[in-house]
Design a protein around this ligand. Structure first.
Ligand code: F6R
Length: 608
């Protein structure tokens, strides 16, 4: 994840920007840079690799400016290089950026046509040119940013510094977080409170869609509709940055809201977004083209991520998948193919049954690939290949961001397998990668259903039992939705394949039973709706989670319909995860349970 820092200072800022960037090193990066105003003029220093390289550049050519922005870059569009390192600048403006500008190609073409000169392969540079053009057209810096932000599609955080203005920084957030820091005659912005800890403990966080104008004596925050707003100012315990809840009441809420950023980060690790291809490690000890079968083992939520991946591997790589909960796999003495591939999935990397499954697979001659969130864990160390999920520490016991990052990683692996096996063409790979690149933005849009879901949760909390239904990849998601609800609200819930309804669970339906239906408007939508009709006919209460086309086509009376944006069916599981997490979360909050540490549960299950 890229790191952002900005200071409207009263003393030189370059060293402080670099020190602050060091505090963001944990996010991972491959190049870094700073920009300041030297006697009012924009100037910048950038370096590939570690921050010590940037420090060396700054020693050789120091910057003295008292206002500046800094950045650590994790390459998404364009390889790590000095030219691609941030800040990107025109003569008017310098910008640093975290996240993805999805429509950068169209904007770049438009700006090229208008005569802009691009120096990098990044999506970020279009932002600098866009703002510059507005300023050349006579707009003030603030108005130029206000005019440019609505043109950017994606999930991102941005910071701007302007030539000739020693008293102005602008920050903006849509999807990726941005914190503001209040000092004495100085103001700050940064990717998180930790970055600001050396300067101030007085912090506020931008809400999604907000942007902020920072001057020496003030910070003015505006929302997406350009209204002046105020966001709560709080004292940050930066020493505990990893366990900081930000604006959220619970870690689970924070982790749900972090998903656009961490999923974007995970995708950036496996995709080359500029060429729209998948980029897995080159030295894999096996060849996807030669595999006959994949065996997956995992527990709980990680198992459901594997179940979604089964659909992807079978569909996009024509590769059969056997999947088991790890506690069964380890004992059922399954015969495994020679030179087969076993995939184990685990957030903690310490789950006893998953570890035992890994060892069984290894003993039986399998290549073992681990999808894990803790890279130093036992499962990571014991596996032949590790594909990390870059979710960052997950504190809430109920897994949320780790799940969607597992899905992001598994989707990339499935697409790579499909290409390697010649099932997917170059164009099909591009289409799928393009769809994945849109996930962070779509997740942000899904998060905006929060208030609606909070209201809905007030009725759900009264239920004794809840049924979740879905078909295709929405089936494992139904299982995950039911698991989330039961583990944090203690309401009994079951997930079922929609088609299984009439083979038993339909007996449970009555006017008291809420049925959550996950139904993107895809190839199996109509089939799911027939099952929903069966529920409606028996007085069941439907909570439908679908998209615009689905809600138009549904033709049934629902108790509530949550409408998500339209999307490629392949990525639906990543986006539909958000409303089911929010539904469980708000229900549990209304019920007053211990959301982050539900009874009887442990974050890392190191016993059988
Ligand atoms: C559910 C949950 C658990 C874990 C399971 C596996 O919210 O968190 O079901 O998914 O215990 O844990 P890991 O992924 O650490 O192997």
């Amino acid at each position: 994840m890229c790191g952002i820092i900005g200071i409207v200072g009263t003393a030189p800022v370059a060293d402080r920007l670099v020190d602050s960037l060091k505090r963001l090193e944990y996010r991972g990066y491959d190049s870094a840079g700073v920009a300041t105003l030297e006697h009012g003029r924009l100037d910048r220093r950038r370096a590939e690799g570690k921050l010590r390289n940037l420090e060396k550049v700054l020693r050789e050519a120091p910057l003295e400016g008292r206002i500046g922005i800094g950045h650590t870059r994790w390459a998404t569009h364009g390889r790590p290089s000095v030219a691609n390192a941030h800040p990107h600048a025109t003569t008017q403006v310098a910008v640093v950026h975290n996240g993805i500008i999805e429509n950068f190609r169209e904007l770049r073409d438009e700006l090229l046509e208008a005569g802009a000169n691009f120096e990098s392969e990044t999506d970020t540079e279009v932002v600098a040119h866009l703002v510059s053009r507005e300023m050349r057209d006579g707009r003030s810096a603030v108005d130029a940013v206000a005019a440019s932000l609505p043109r950017l599609r994606g999930a991102f955080a941005l910071a701007f510094l302007f030539d000739g203005d020693e008293d102005l920084l602008i920050g903006a957030r849509k999807g990726s977080p941005l914190a503001l820091g209040y000092g004495d005659g100085e103001m700050y912005l940064g990717s998180d409170a930790l970055a600001l800890a050396p300067f101030t403990d007085t912090i506020s966080y931008l809400d999604d869609g907000d942007w902020a104008v920072l001057r020496h004596g003030s910070i003015e925050v505006r929302d997406a509709a350009n209204n002046k707003v105020s966001r709560p100012i709080q004292k940050a315990a930066a020493s505990a940055f990893m366990v900081e809840k930000g604006n959220h009441r619970h870690f689970m809420a924070k982790e749900i809201h972090e998903q656009p950023e961490v999923v974007g980060h995970t995708l950036a690790h496996y995709l080359d977004m500029a060429s729209e291809t998948v980029r897995l490690p080159a030295d894999l000890p096996f060849d996807f083209a030669k595999l006959d079968r994949i065996s997956i083992a995992a527990c709980g939520t990680a198992y459901y991520a594997g179940l979604v991946a089964k659909y992807w591997f079978e569909r996009y790589a024509r590769l059969p998948v056997e999947i088991d909960v790890a506690s069964e796999f380890r004992y059922r003495e399954a015969p495994l193919p020679k030179n087969g591939l076993a995939i184990v999935i685990s957030q903690s990397g310490e789950t006893a049954d998953t570890l035992a499954s890994l060892r069984y697979a290894k003993e039986n001659g399998q290549h073992v690939l681990a999808v894990v969130n803790v890279p130093t864990s036992t499962i990571a160390r014991d596996s032949h290949v590790v594909m990390p999920t870059l979710a960052g520490p997950e504190i809430g016991v109920a897994s949320t961001k780790a799940f969607t990052c597992q899905l992001a990683t598994l989707a990339a692996i499935a697409v790579a397998a499909g290409r390697a096996r010649g099932v997917l063409s170059v164009a099909e790979e591009r289409e799928l990668v393009h769809a994945l690149v849109e996930v962070p933005r779509l997740m942000s849009e899904a998060l905006s259903l929060g208030p609606e879901i909070e209201v809905l949760a007030r009725t759900l909390m009264k239920a004794k039992d809840v049924l979740y239904l879905g078909r295709g990849t929405a089936f494992p998601l139904a299982l995950e939705g039911a698991l989330k609800l039961k583990e944090i609200s203690y309401i009994h819930a079951e997930g079922y394949a929609a088609g299984e309804l009439k083979h038993g669970p339909i007996a449970l339906i009555d006017e008291k039973m809420p049925v959550v239906v996950l139904a993107p408007h895809d190839g199996v939508f109509e089939k799911t709706m027939s099952n929903v009709q069966e529920v409606v006919a028996r007085g069941g209460r439907i909570i439908l989670i679908t998209d615009g086309n689905g809600s138009k086509a549904a033709g049934i009376g629902t108790e509530a319909t949550l409408t998500l944006p339209e999307m490629h069916p392949a990525i639906a599981p990543l986006v539909y995860a958000v409303p089911i997490q929010l539904l469980a979360y708000h229900t549990a909050v209304h019920m007053g349970t211990d959301v982050d540490q539900p009874r009887n549960l442990a974050k890392s299950v190191t016993v059988e």
